[in-house]
Design a protein around this ligand. Structure first.
Ligand code: NAD
Length: 473
């Protein structure tokens, strides 16, 4: 069985602590690897390596750094299938699905890195009196990236591109539930030693990394609870943070749309990746005029989400990441049923090995049930029938979370009204639409800090103004 190590200053090394953890395949429940539990000593070593490597990395011309990153992207692309297989083993994602997201992640990494070639790292503005003002964008130094398990490789790549291209070095702490694919990603690194470093473990590695005085920015993606602690720790020592946290995304389905096609789209938004996406559709408000046809089509679509091991080509729905996650999902369904919801399909733990849960459609749901108030992170589609589009919109905007929102409507006034939903991104008539140029900041308890396009470079750099007085004549 494989025992994973940390990657520090270009060298693989054992953890300084003897605390190890088992990694369990969620489809078979077999232990597939052992990995470090995490320790402050590991973090110290990784941060030291990142600090030492940073001046030389930052001194390279931007084009040279971008070249390094594009070379790494090419090597990763050659191993996309292998990385997808590792993701499948560690967190259950069907291989074809994993591969498509990894390929998207590599493309996003390339685009984000190349953005550095046109990013204004130095802008000089002439003053009316002959003076000159130059605004420089300096890298921050050694930075930290902490990721969850739902898209292991794309999450790491998504954060790394702008940080590295801007001249920062990075210590990555992936989720303890998905370290295999990230470790392989680092084995494929073509970057100079110390530019990227990997520390494995849970909060025993995450917390000391966040608290480390030499870390100048923490890019954290994960739950609201852990994000709050990260925000408090970084805020306390005046360190920057980007917090991309949980969601409870709504979808509003207006009268007048095709109920069958929209139900298929909503099934995908609710069930893909077994519902383990921060922007999964978790609250569905459907107009009463099409509710019956919509629910019937949603149930029919749910029946096509075949459960199974992600290695099997016919599997559409892999397992949940672990037993704890399945317990949360089942608790939300049970709470809803106890309080009057109807299970239209799914809704029970299958009698088989693995942490599976079927695609589930609930109706007769109200906004007080756990399944409508807490992040479920599972393949559950809770449907609420509303009497008007306006009611759907108002209820969509009433959550403490505010990550994304989706609206299906053919009414242009309704589409315009939807732009007021409090969310970092609102998709109209296409969930997950938009390219890498999108600018995005979660709202509410879903986090803070803008990413995407140039905002990622603004966050990865520190502006400094140099004012030069006119030369005396
Ligand atoms: P989690 O908060 O349990 O863990 C996320 C990461 O933080 C892991 O690497 C974990 O080890 C680490 N961590 C935990 N406690 C920490 C602490 N005190 N200090 C530092 N690091 C700590 O979340 P998870 O269960 O791995 O992931 C699922 C969550 O992530 C969901 O809430 C989901 O919505 C969210 N998520 C958000 C986005 C987004 O872009 N907003 C994307 C994907 C996932």
């Amino acid at each position: 069985m494989k025992t994973l190590q940390n990657f520090i200053g270009g060298t693989w090394e054992d953890s300084q602590s003897s605390a190890m953890q088992d990694l369990v395949n969620p489809a078979s429940e077999n232990v597939i690897a052992r990995h470090p539990g995490g320790s402050p000593a590991d973090v110290d070593r990784a941060v030291d390596a990142a600090v030492e490597a940073q001046p030389e990395w930052a001194a390279l011309p931007v084009a040279e750094r971008v070249k390094y990153l594009i070379e790494w992207a090419a090597v990763i692309a050659e191993h996309a299938e292998e990385l997808a297989e590792l993701e499948c083993q560690e967190m259950g994602k069907p291989i074809a699905l994993g591969r498509s997201f990894i390929e998207g992640g590599i493309q996003g990494f390339r685009v984000a890195a190349e953005e550095a070639l046109t990013y204004p790292f130095a802008v000089t503005l002439p003053g009316a009196d002959g003076s000159e003002t130059t605004i420089l964008r300096h890298p921050l130094g050694a930075t930290a990236v902490i990721t969850p398990w739902n898209f292991p490789v794309p999450m790491v790549l998504g954060a790394l591109g702008p940080l590295l291209a801007a001249g920062n070095t990075v210590v990555v702490k992936p989720s303890e539930r998905s370290p295999l694919s990230t470790a392989r990603l680092f084995e494929l690194s073509t970057l100079p030693p110390g530019v990227v470093n990997l520390v494995l473990g849970d909060a025993r590695a995450g917390a000391p990394l966040v608290e480390h005085k030499q870390i100048r920015l923490v890019h954290f993606t994960g739950s609201v609870d852990a994000g709050r602690r990260v925000g408090a720790d970084t805020g306390g020592r005046l360190c920057r943070s980007i917090l991309e946290l949980g969601g409870k995304d709504p979808v509003v389905v207006d009268a007048g749309v095709d109920p069958v096609a929209t139900a298929a789209a909503v099934a995908f938004g609710s069930f893909v990746n077994t519902g383990q996406i921060c922007t999964s559709m978790e609250r569905i408000y459907v107009h009463q005029d099409i509710a019956e046809a919509f629910v019937a089509a949603l149930v029919e679509a749910a029946a096509t989400y075949t459960l199974g091991d992600g290695r099997d080509a016919e599997t559409v729905l892999g397992p949940l990441v672990d037993a704890g996650q399945r317990d949360i999902v089942h608790r939300h369904v049970t709470d809803a049923v106890e309080r009057g919801a109807r299970v239209r399909i799914g809704g029970g733990i299958p009698n088989r090995k693995g942490f599976f849960y079927p695609a589930t459609v609930l109706t007769d749901v109200d906004d007080t049930m756990l399944v409508m108030t807490e992040e479920t992170f599972g393949p559950i589609a809770p449907v609420v029938v509303v009497s008007s589009f306006e009611e759907g919109l108002a209820r969509a905007g009433s959550s403490r979370f505010a990550l994304g929102a989706t609206v299906y409507t053919h009414n242009s006034d309704h589409a315009a009204a939807a732009t007021g939903i409090p969310a970092g991104v609102t998709w109209i008539n296409q969930w997950q639409g938009g390219g890498p140029e999108r600018l995005y900041e979660p709202a509410g308890e879903s986090g803070m800090g803008a990413t995407g396009a140039r905002a990622a470079y603004d966050a990865a750099t520190r502006p400094a103004t140099i004012h030069t007085a006119p030369t005396p004549s």
